[in-house]
Design a protein around this ligand. Structure first.
Ligand code: TPP
Ligand code: MG
Length: 342
C-alpha cells in the first residue's frame, strides 16, 4: 500500500490548529545546530548500516534514516528536566537527546564504553543522566512506562514533560490504548508521538488497522490529537511546541501522529519486497534534511560550503566513533552479574 503525496496532503488538512509556533523564524545559529544534529543522525545510521554488513556488529538493528525531523525537531524543544522514551528504532532519539556518537557506536559493538555498557545493543540505548529512558524491544510495551514517568513528573512537581515515541504498528497493541486512557484520566504530562512510517515490518498501515487515520483513534481518549508532516521540521516543531507547553503547564497529555517514511528496510534482514523502488524514491525526494538545508540557504543563514563543512565534520566524528568502538574493551565477565534486578 502506497503512502501517496495526495494522501499526505489530505492528512494535513485534517490537522487541527494547535497553538502553532514559528520555528521557521528560528535564529540562524539555532537552526544550524538542528541541521547538524539531523546530519549526525543520518551519518551515524549510514555508517551503522555498513559496519553491520561487514559483520562487525550483530543482533537486531533498525535504521532511522528518513525520520530525522521527528526526533530532532521534537527533542530540540526539550530542556534537561524532560524525559524521552522510545522503542527499538532508538539511535535517532538517543543522539538527538545528546548521547555521544562514541557511546552509541560502542553500544552497537557491545563494548564496555557503550551507553548501556555494551549489554543493551542497538535496541536498548539508555542514559538516565539525560533522562533518556530507552530503547525498548517489545512493540508498545514502553508506552505505559511513559505514564509512570508522567506520574513521577507530576507528583514530584518536576515541571517537565515526557515525550514517548512509538510506531504505527504499536498503535495496534492493547497496552498503548490502556496508556492513552490512563494518561487522560490522570492528566499526565506526556506527549505521545506515533511515528507513522507507513509500515510495521512489511505490513502497510491500512492492512493492520481498521482505521488507518491513526490520530483519529486517539481522539476517543479526550486529549488533543493531531497529524503533522513528519518530514517537515518546522511543522513538527510548531505543533509539538504547543503540546509540550500544555503538558508542562496544564498536565494536558496529547497525541501527535507524525507521517514520515523510513528510507531503509525494517531491520537489517528486510528484503523490502513489500514496497517498490519508485515508492522509496518518491519519499527520498522529500528528504527532511534536504528540506532544512534548502531553507537555510534560502534564508541566507549559511552558504552551501558551510553546510558541506558540517557534513564533513559529522562524518569525521562518526569515523572516530568507529575507531573508538573497535578499540574499546568488551564488558568484563564479572559485569554479567551487575545491573541485574531480581
Ligand atoms: C509484542 C511484539 N510483537 C511483535 C514484535 C516483532 N516486531 C518487531 S518490530 C515490529 C513492527 C513494529 O512496527 P512499528 O510500530 O510501525 O515501528 P517501526 O518499526 O515502523 O519503527 C514487530 C511486529 C515485537 N517486537 N513485539
Ligand atoms: Mg512503522
Amino acid at each position: 500500500m502506497k503512502t501517496s503525496a495526495a494522501k499526505l496532503a489530505a492528512s494535513r488538512a485534517a490537522r487541527p490548529p494547535a497553538d502553532p509556533g514559528r520555528s521557521s523564524d528560528l535564529p540562524g545559529p539555532k537552526l544550524l545546530e538542528i541541521y547538524r544534529t539531523m546530519v549526525r543522525l543520518r551519518k551515524f545510521e549510514e555508517r551503522c548500516y555498513q559496519v553491520y554488513l561487514q559483520r562487525k556488529i550483530g543482533g537486531f538493528c533498525h535504521i532511522y534514516s528518513g525520520q530525522e525531523a521527528v526526533a530532532v525537531g521534537m527533542i530540540s524543544l526539550l530542556g534537561p528536566q524532560d524525559y524521552v522514551i522510545t522503542a527499538y528504532r532508538d539511535h535517532g532519539q538517543a543522539l538527538a537527546r545528546g548521547l555521544s556518537v562514541k557511546a552509541c557506536m560502542a553500544e552497537l559493538y557491545g563494548k564496555a564504553t557503550g551507553c548501556s555498557r555494551g549489554k543493551g545493543g542497538s535496541m536498548h540505548f539508555f542514559d538516565t543522566s539525560v533522562r533518556f529512558m530507552g530503547g525498548h524491544g517489545i512493540v508498545g510495551a514502553h508506552v505505559p512506562l511513559a505514564c509512570g514517568i508522567g506520574w513521577a513528573i507530576k507528583h514530584q512537581d518536576q515541571k517537565g514533560v515526557c515525550l514517548c515515541f512509538f510506531g504505527d504498528g504499536a498503535m495496534n497493541q492493547g497496552a498503548v490504548h490502556e496508556a492513552l486512557n490512563l494518561a487522560s484520566l490522570y492528566k499526565l504530562p506526556v506527549v505521545f508521538v506515533c511515528e507513522n512510517n507507513g509500515y510495521a515490518m512489511g505490513t502497510a498501515v491500512a492492512r493492520g488497522a481498521a482505521e488507518e487515520n491513526i490520530y483519529l483513534r486517539a481522539n476517543s481518549y479526550k486529549m488533543p490529537t493531531c497529524r503533522v508532516d513528519g518530514n517537515n521540521l518546522f511543522e513538527v516543531m510548531d505543533v509539538t511546541g504547543g503540546l509540550i507547553r500544555r503538558a508542562r503547564e496544564e498536565f494536558q497529555p496529547s497525541f501527535v501522529e507524525a507521517v514520515t517514511y523510513r528510507f531503509r528496510g525494517h531491520s537489517m534482514s528486510d528484503p523490502g519486497s513489500y514496497r517498490t523502488r519508485e515508492e522509496v524514491d518518491a519519499h527520498k525526494a522529500r528528504d527532511p534534511i534536504a528540506q532544512v538545508a534548502q531553507h537555510i540557504l534560502k534564508q541566507k543563514h549559511a552558504a552551501s560550503g558551510d553546510l558541506d563543512e558540517i557534513d564533513a565534520e559529522e562524518s569525521a566524528s562518526v569515523e572516530e566513533s568507529v575507531k573508538f568502538a573497535e578499540e574499546s574493551p568488551p564488558p568484563s565477565p564479572d559485569a554479567l552479574y551487575e545491573d541485574i534486578y531480581a
